[in-house]
Write a protein that binds this ligand. Structure first.
Ligand code: MG
Length: 217
């Protein structure tokens, strides 16, 4: 089982639901069309690592990318959650890096196969500590950035998110029950790029601190 610490207690992680194409500039850099409503895929909780740990580059991939994302942690169960009640289901926020084997994903897209392998390797979801919802006044005005070896690769703001968190929760919960300990990764802004063994990766979001991980073979 995978656990995260919240207010001194252990929170068991459920599913990780990841949004795609939720920033226009990232959709553009990937050559993808924008979506009318949120779409998503899953990462297993075994992808999670914590601050100070290392992303392990799998031997199956020659092109692993970082994607810094605002993560929403669910604190209350719900199915068919209406938009107006959606924020009541949020426990807090954290930084999550949706690590992606881009070469495996590209081949899967070409063949019409799922993204599970490209997104699901162990260590492919570094996460920072959870910050309670009450500490973040406005989740849509936060600088979000990622540096590799001290240089900015991603630098954006959550004001550019194409979907509101309430809308995302409503969309997901039409399909699958959201439970306490589930995590929603809200998608990445532009600037995704390759990481290689020996790199240091630092990510940050206003109010959520920073997340530092290494990269190894
Ligand atoms: Mg992503």
């Amino acid at each position: 089982m995978t656990y995260l610490n919240f207010n001194g207690a252990e929170l068991e992680v459920g599913k990780i639901v990841c949004l795609l194409r939720s920033y226009a500039a990232h959709a553009e850099e990937m050559g993808s069309v924008l979506l009318d409503e949120p779409d998503f895929f899953l990462k297993p909780p075994t992808t999670i690592i914590r601050d100070g740990q290392d992303i392990i580059i799998p031997k199956e991939s020659n092109m692993v990318h970082h994607e810094v994302e605002l993560a929403v942690i669910i604190g209350k169960e719900g199915h068919f959650i209406p938009k107006e009640h959606a924020m009541k289901h949020v426990l807090g926020y954290s930084i999550l890096i949706d690590v992606t084997a881009r070469d495996i994903q590209a081949q899967a897209k070409k063949d019409g196969r799922p993204w599970t392998v490209s997104k699901g390797f162990d260590t492919f979801a570094p996460m920072s500590s959870i910050v309670p919802k009450s500490k973040i006044n406005d989740p849509y005005g936060l600088d979000i950035w990622l540096k590799v070896n001290g240089e900015y690769r991603q630098k954006s703001n959550t004001s550019l998110l194409l979907f509101k968190i309430s809308e995302i929760i409503t969309s997901i919960s039409k399909v699958m029950t959201l439970e306490p300990g589930d995590i929603i990764a809200t998608g990445t802004p532009e600037g995704v790029s390759q990481i290689v063994p020996g790199d240091t990766v630092e990510a940050g979001i206003d109010g959520l601190g920073t997340l530092n991980v290494g990269v190894q073979e």
